[in-house]
Write a protein that binds this ligand. Structure first.
Ligand SMILES: Nc1nc2c([nH]c(=O)n2[C@@H]2O[C@H](COP(=O)(O)OP(=O)(O)OP(=O)(O)O)[C@@H](O)[C@H]2O)c(=O)[nH]1
Ligand SMILES: [Mg+2]
Length: 130
């Protein structure tokens, strides 16, 4: 049995109400899909610390406030994940794809037009219900 991977994920909303998406590079797990930026929680880190670090590393944003949104476990055939999803409402900086990934600010209504990892279905449902 492999270890479940703990991931800090950010639903980053700007002042126009748009949500930041990033496209996973093709060679990675779930490559080519759009995701909410984030990454693995490292040993000794809290979810909030991991979220702040990952959003700085991946999209060049400095998170100053976030709130828990939901948590979910999902089993891919090749990987088990625990996603700790947080709403990010306060941040500084201009979003950039620092790892060469495409990024997009997307309205809630437009989210249905993007292909997400299978684990993300409940996240999308909760966002769209709000
Ligand atoms: N960031 C992010 N990861 C997601 C989402 N949905 C989802 O299933 N995942 C999965 O969660 C894991 C996150 O790992 P990651 O590749 O982003 O990790 P990381 O940024 O720390 O990168 P690294 O592998 O270079 O250390 C991947 O297996 C990915 O497929 C999502 O919306 N956002
Ligand atoms: Mg990542």
């Amino acid at each position: 049995m492999t270890k479940r991977i703990h991931v800090a994920v950010g639903i980053i909303t700007n002042s126009a109400g748009e949500i930041l998406l990033a496209k996973r590079p093709d060679h990675l797990h779930q490559g080519g899909k759009w995701e909410f930026p984030g990454g693995k929680v490292e040993a000794g880190e809290t979810v909030t610390q991991a979220l702040i670090r990952e959003l700085k590393e991946e999209v060049a944003l400095d998170v100053t406030d976030s709130q828990p949104f939901m948590a979910l476990s999902f089993d891919y055939p090749d990987k088990q994940v625990l996603l700790d999803i947080n709403s990010v409402t306060e941040f500084n900086g201009t979003a950039q794809g620092l790892e060469g990934q495409l990024i997009a600010w997307v309205t809630k209504a437009d989210l249905v037009n993007y292909d997400f990892p299978d684990a993300n279905k409940p996240i999308l449902e909760k966002i769209l219900a709000q």
